[in-house]
Design a protein around this ligand. Structure first.
Ligand code: AMP
Ligand code: ZN
Length: 488
């Protein structure tokens, strides 16, 4: 089984793991800070609304990275944070706090909003078979630590304005190296803060304006208020993973503002040029044909919407894996449908060995595939190739069932499609709008078969029409053996 194989550097784990480091814009071999360990921090969601499926691509990517590190034998410590304070409507510190705004609009407590959307996010994490990280770090639990961190950098790197404490980005070497911009290139993201010394300077602490109260505010040496968003990740990553740690992940948008700001804070705090993480890795965006994915315009693409329309959530995971994480991926319902079909085929191919007892793969064809799989994943997580190798293994005939089971389990431990656990029937998700139950469908289909056997084609056609009227598409001769599906 996968667990048995993940421990040592056997042949199937011989390829050196190369990952693309955004900091150097090149592939680098993974060299852990602590031998045998991998410590990974992923920027988590801001819990003021449901995550869209684009956000979830970031966590499928982080999970695939974590699974690969475990597969390569590293002891993984993964942290994902929950941002429940500090993230403004504009990443560059302009606008309002996203959570304060949502709470005011809905006349709800900010804590209730945060809890509701955190739970919704966790439901998506589970649906997409994303492994639980070692820690979910909640930003509001770390505010005292953020204040302590800010105190250590305030004198040398910050200045105070009416609005709060600001970080002077010219006080650290190479500000914006990650984003590849000079400090003056932030023109497009100038926020309207009077007195900022440089466009890219950002808030470490935001004072509550006189005469206002916020639902979330704390006392600090710079007045009552709330921490800046970038501060939380510097503080929580160091608290839970040490300094420096191995890999910091996030969506490609974070390469431009959030992560350069984290790096600046880390350098100031450590009095060094160390960025805090050895590698910074970024997933590209999921986009819609019409452009950027948004929570407010058009159809709000949430994992729950996919399920409501009858798509199993793991079809979306597979859709993500079909593309390289550094490529933009365009979402379409047709693409999702194709991914679901691909998943069905895989699950069907794996079914005959599902209950076989796993034995170490010795068959040359399987060990070759496992070595190629290792090479693909070690090549900056080439999941697209890895998937085809999984399919090859699943389709292999005349092979020992126990060995095949073990090989599929080892590959699936990395890809996370639950191949040996889910059944074909699980993949037939019932669309929310469907009015007819499965037993009724099966009963009508049985009557239709009887009519056809009796060559009563009029009756058989009538029964088919009855099903169509109920939203059921009859699929005679479907190669996957799916006799019907509910249209959506
Ligand atoms: P947020 O909740 O806005 O902080 O975003 C959560 C994560 O999703 C961050 O890592 C973002 O970089 C990432 N992200 C946002 N939009 C997309 C998208 N369309 N595709 C992929 N990742 C995204
Ligand atoms: Zn972050």
């Amino acid at each position: 089984m996968a667990q048995g194989m993940g421990g040592g550097m056997t042949d199937a784990h011989a390829s050196p793991l190369k990952l693309f480091n955004s900091l150097t814009r090149s592939l680098e071999e993974f060299q852990p800070v602590h031998p045998g360990e991998a410590r990974v921090y992923s920027c988590g969601p801001t819990v003021y609304n449901y995550p869209h499926i684009g956000n979830m691509r970031a966590y499928v990517f982080a999970d695939t990275l974590g699974r690969t590190l475990s597969y390569k034998g590293y002891k993984l410590t993964h942290v994902i944070n929950i941002t429940d304070v500090g993230h403004l409507t504009d990443d560059a510190d302009a606008g309002e706090d996203k959570l304060e705004k949502a709470a005011a609009e809905r006349a709800q407590s900010i804590w209730d909003i945060a809890r509701h959307y955190t739970e919704a996010y966790w439901a998506d994490i589970k649906a997409l078979n994303i492994r639980q990280p070692a820690h979910w770090s909640i930003a509001t639990d770390y505010v005292p630590a953020m204040i302590d961190f800010a105190k250590t950098i305030a004198d040398k790197h910050c200045y105070e304005l009416d609005g709060g404490l600001y970080f002077d980005t010219t006080t650290v070497a190479d500000y914006g190296r990650l984003a590849r911009h000079g400090t003056d290139e932030g023109e497009s993201r100038i926020d309207p803060v009077d007195g900022k010394r440089h466009p890219a300077d950002f808030a470490i602490w935001r004072k509550t304006p006189a005469g206002e109260t916020r639902q979330m505010e704390w006392d600090s040496p710079w007045g009552r208020g709330a921490p800046g968003w970038h501060l939380e990740c510097s503080v929580m990553s160091e608290a839970l993973l040490g300094f420096p740690f191995d890999i910091h992940t996030g969506g490609i948008d974070h390469r431009e503002i959030h992560h350069p700001n984290e790096i600046a804070q880390n350098q100031a705090h450590s009095c060094s040029t160390d960025s805090g993480a050895r590698m910074w890795m970024h997933n590209n965006f999921l986009v819609e044909r019409s452009g950027k994915m948004s929570k407010s315009s058009g159809e709000f693409l949430r994992v729950q919407l996919l399920i409501d329309k009858g798509y199993h959530p793991l079809a979306y995971r597979l859709m993500c894996l079909q593309a390289h994480y550094r490529s933009e991926l365009e979402f379409s319902w047709e693409g999702l449908g194709a991914a679901l079909t691909r998943l069905k085929r895989l699950v069907m191919a794996a079914a005959p060995v599902r209950d076989a007892e796993a034995t170490e793969p010795a068959d040359r064809r399987l060990t070759d595939l496992l070595a190629k799989f290792d090479a693909a994943m070690s090549d900056d997580l080439n999941t697209a190739v890895a998937l085809t190798l999984l399919e090859e293994a699943a389709a292999m005939k005349k092979v020992d069932a126990g060995q095949k089971h073990a090989a599929l389990a080892a590959m699936d431990a990395v890809l996370g499609l639950d191949l040996l656990t889910i059944e074909r029937a699980d993949l037939r998700v019932r669309p929310k709008t469907a009015a007819i139950g499965e037993e009724d469908i099966e009963a009508i289909l049985t009557r239709r078969k009887e009519a056809r056997d009796a060559k009563d084609f009029a009756a058989s056609d009538a029964l088919r029409d009855e099903l169509i009227a109920a939203g059921v598409e009859v699929m005679d001769g479907d190669p996957l053996g799916w006799d019907w599906r509910l249209s959506n």
